[in-house]
Structures are given as structure tokens and as C-alpha cells.
Design a protein around this ligand. Structure first.
Ligand code: PDD
Length: 279
């Protein structure tokens, strides 16, 4: 973690950054967040993250009009060009004098950001085990809400079963992971669920589809039935902090040959090259 965090216009040591217990983020989980990687001090796809942030803010009816340049100016002092890091940004509906489900009349959002190092994740190259679980989340999963109880219970259930991620199942098809998007290679084609209210529109997901399109990797956005997932030759989960992680065992059964597959190798290489081209 960088020494200083940002809170409502100030840079402070983490131990001095305090918000009221009446903050609606604390009382209701009334807020949204972003996780934005920065490679060698450069924020990755900042504009896309800010578009998603603004969609999340609109989704919870919380007006806040900071430009991309405003956010860049807030984050930059926390970045270190000798490291790979990520910014965690959280905006809540702020303090209200009384606990009340309805919005307060005067809203002053709480804006908090901190910067942490991205540590290499061994599962990215070795693969992880995953388990399928019922998607118990709410119906607005396109909003990156801080209210993450279902996600954390699902991830913990996966960890308890010695797995790295939970793949979520709704009405017989898979949506995404507890904290990741989902890809599968089905009959040689890379498939990922289309964007809708059932999944978070992942920035890593977008980058992968762009790289697939420009490098002749066959792909489509489509529903993935649980049986199709179980028969897929490759399964991956993707996120900003872990990038593209191959799932090598699903519900106790090897995926493909039980090791990262050829399409993962191709697309992971494309992503690593793309990241280097930006620095
Ligand atoms: N989570 N789906 C969910 C439910 C997620 O929580 C995440 C990321 C993603 C991937 O989105 P992106 O590629 O933009 O990181 C998909 C972050 C990393 C987190 O909650 O820490």
C-alpha cells in the first residue's frame, strides 16, 4: 500500500483516514467502487473504468461529476512507476445525521481511494480449481456495488472447498465468477456471456474480446449452459488484478487436459504484449 490514501480531497496516512459510523457506506453498503490497475505508474484503461464508475453511480442514483482528468489527478500522487499497482476507489452516499433507508436531503458523497501493489498471482500461470455454486446475488450485478455479501460468501465457499473461485449458476447457465468474468473454449471457439444485468461488465473482458477480434481468435458472446461449461476444453476467469486465470479443475473434474490450454497461452501472450506496449 502506498503511504498515503485519498479521502474527500486530502491525502492522509491510512491510520488517519476516518469516516463517520453514520456513513451510509458503513450502515447500508450504499456505494459503488472501482479497481483500476496501474502498470509502471500508468493507469490501465482509465477512461473505461470511469465510464463504468459513472454507470454504477447513475445506477444507484448518486450524482458525482468528476472528469477523467479529475480522477487522474487524484490517483497520480499515489502511483509508483517502479511497481504494478491498483487503485481501489470507493464512493458512498456519505454521512447522514439519522439512519434512514430513504436518501438524505443533502448528499455529500464520501470519496476514498487507496493504492496497493499487484502481487503476481501464481494461479495465473499454474491454473486454479473452481467450483460451481448457485448465483445468489441480486438482479443488478452490472452495478459495481460495495454491497458484496453474496460475492464474499460464494468466494469463501469456494476457498473452503480448496478452490480459487466460485463459478455462478443461474437457471442452468453460468453467469460469471464471484469476483471475475468467465470464458470457456467450446468446440474451439472462445465464448463469454454477453453483457447484461446479470454480470459485471469487466474491463479485462473487453480487452480480451478486442485482442481476440484483432488477432483472429474465434470468439462469440453467448449463453453458456452448465453442461457446456463442464464439457469445455478450457475455462478461464478474468479480472483486473489477476488477469486471465485458467481453471484446470471444475467440480473435482479436470478441465481439458488439466493444465492451461492453448487458447489461454495465445490470449495471455497477447495481453502481456499489449500491457507492455502501453508502458
Ligand atoms: N472484481 N465480475 C465481478 C463480480 C467482479 O467483482 C470483477 C472484478 C469482475 C472483473 O472485472 P474487471 O475485469 O473490470 O476487473 C467481474 C474486482 C477485481 C474486485 O472486486 O476486487
Amino acid at each position: 500500500m502506498s503511504d498515503k490514501v485519498y479521502l474527500n480531497g486530502e491525502y492522509l496516512p491510512l491510520s488517519e483516514a476516518k469516516v463517520s459510523v453514520l456513513d451510509r457506506g458503513f450502515l447500508f453498503g450504499d456505494g459503488v467502487y472501482e479497481v483500476i490497475p496501474a502498470y509502471a505508474g500508468r493507469l490501465f484503461r482509465l477512461e473505461d473504468h470511469i465510464v463504468r464508475l459513472n454507470n454504477s453511480l447513475a445506477g444507484i442514483r448518486l450524482p458525482l461529476s468528476y472528469s477523467v482528468a479529475d480522477w487522474q489527478a487524484i490517483f497520480q500522487p499515489m502511483l509508483d512507476s517502479s511497481k504494478d499497482q491498483y487503485i481501489y476507489l470507493q464512493v458512498t452516499r456519505g454521512y447522514a445525521a439519522k439512519r434512514d433507508h430513504g436518501f438524505p436531503e443533502q448528499i455529500v458523497p464520501t470519496v476514498f481511494a487507496m493504492c496497493s501493489e499487484i502481487k503476481p498471482f501464481a494461479g495465473r500461470v499454474n491454473g486454479i480449481k473452481a467450483v460451481t455454486l448457485d448465483d445468489t446475488r441480486w438482479q443488478m450485478c452490472n452495478i459495481k456495488a460495495i454491497t458484496l455479501l453474496a460475492n464474499i460468501l460464494l468466494r469463501q465457499e469456494a476457498l473452503d472447498q480448496d478452490c480459487g473461485e466460485a463459478l455462478l449458476v443461474k437457471d442452468g447457465y453460468v453467469t460469471e465468477g464471484a469476483a471475475s468474468n468467465l470464458f470457456a473454449v467450446i468446440d474451439g471457439v472462445l465464448v463469454t456471456p454477453a453483457k447484461n444485468h446479470e454480470i459485471l461488465p469487466g474491463i479485462t473482458r473487453d480487452v480480451i474480446l478486442e485482442l481476440a477480434a484483432t488477432n483472429n481468435v474465434a470468439y462469440r458472446e453467448d449463453v453458456i449452459a452448465l453442461e457446456q461449461l463442464k464439457a469445455a476444453s478450457e475455462v478461464w476467469v478474468t479480472s483486473s488484478t489477476r488477469e486471465i486465470v485458467p481453471v484446470i479443475e471444475l467440480d473435482g473434474v479436470a478441465v481439458g487436459e488439466g493444465k492451461p490450454g492453448p487458447v489461454w497461452h495465445t490470449v495471455d501472450n497477447l495481453l502481456q504484449t499489449y500491457k507492455k506496449s502501453l508502458s
